[in-house]
Design a protein around this ligand. Structure first.
Ligand SMILES: [Zn+2]
Length: 336
């Protein structure tokens, strides 16, 4: 049976199509977050479970359990999965996932066979970018780049109503643009990647370094972890910054400076109308975005002689990935 035959076998009834409910699941290294999403991007119900380690079968069982719990009596059009990693251009195979054991895993086929509904697999940052573009901070802008700042940096490109995935499904890895030659080592194997300077991990690392050097700049941050320097994370720095700690705010200004440089590079390549910044690190809002805009304006090529893209905060929060995955999966069925 070809994929197309399999898809038509799975096509839901007209009534289910009209209601248009889809399940979206965002699967990360520690948690699986699922939700039922309607055609307006509204989440009607959610379900959260821990990611069961790196065992492929156990992860699949958890995905199936989340779907079963969510669907209950409501039938759905399709299921969308957002996962970190490289997904092939057809939304079928996870070629590589950093947090999970998926290596060339035909996730779509196995889940479709198991659940009896069309499945679409998408990179998690692409899914979040799509959700912001359709329902959040990117609405009304035809050319948008989305950066999700968590432990690392996820990126998504939405151009003229579609996600740009690249020739091999690996576009939008903005976190791995090298901005400091021979800089900090990155998990990807290179040195000096943007995510080593403008992510939650970078915030934590910088604060720990200052703490070990006995810098008074991080007194408040060290106090918050009762002197346990190893316990300092980006989250701790963010909380201190939100409580007006000047040292933590300085660290955010540094992150903003690096991020703005990254955005200027991206503007040179893509010339978008808007950058949407999301993820845990961006929860500090203007504390991050203001220094980011300043650095962006300072580094933008042709500055003063071209319109500059807006830099705005994402609107959909941590559910963006599941909303985007659900919407993409629904559209793949209804537009087919
Ligand atoms: Zn890297």
């Amino acid at each position: 049976m070809t994929v197309a035959d399999q898809q038509s076998d799975l096509r839901p009834s007209r009534k289910v199509l009209e209601r248009g409910l889809a399940v979206g699941i965002d699967i990360g290294g520690t948690k699986v977050l699922g939700g039922i999403v309607d055609v307006d991007g509204t989440i009607l119900a959610t379900c959260r479970k821990s990611t069961p380690g790196r065992d492929v079968a156990a992860v699949e069982n958890t995905l199936a359990a989340v779907v079963a719990e969510l669907v209950d009596s409501r039938d759905i059009v399709a299921l969308g999965i957002g996962a970190a990693g490289w997904i092939d251009g057809t939304g079928s195979t996870v070629m590589f996932s950093p947090h999970l054991a998926w290596r060339n895993e035909p996730l779509r086929e196995s889940l479709q066979a198991r659940l009896g509904r069309p499945v679409l697999v998408e990179n998690d940052a692409n899914a979040a970018a799509w959700a912001e573009s359709r329902f959040g901070a990117g609405t009304g802008e035809s050319r948008m780049l989305c950066l999700t700042l968590g432990t690392g940096i996820g990126g998504g490109i939405v151009m003229d109503g579609r996600i740009e995935r690249g020739r091999f499904g690996a576009a939008g890895e903005f976190g791995h643009m090298v901005i400091v030659p021979d800089g900090h080592r990155c998990e990807c194997g290179n040195r000096g990647c943007l995510e080593q300077y403008a992510s939650g991990n970078a915030l934590g690392r910088e604060a720990r370094e200052l703490a070990r050097a006995g810098s008074p700049m991080v007194h408040e941050i060290v106090r918050r972890v009762d002197g346990d320097v190893d316990a300092i994370t980006g989250q701790v720095v963010a909380e201190a910054a939100l409580d007006d700690d000047p040292g933590a705010r300085n660290l955010f200004a540094d992150v903003g400076a690096w991020l703005g440089l990254g955005l200027a590079n991206l503007a040179a390549a893509y010339d978008p109308g808007r950058f949407v910044i999301g993820g845990g690190v961006s929860a500090t809002g203007e504390l991050l975005l203001e220094p980011t805009r300043q650095s962006f304006a300072r580094n933008l090529t042709g500055r003063g002689y071209r319109p500059a893209a807006g830099v705005v905060h994402a609107q959909l929060g941590p559910e963006a990935g599941l909303v985007g995955a659900a919407d993409l999966a629904r559209r793949a069925v209804t537009d087919a």
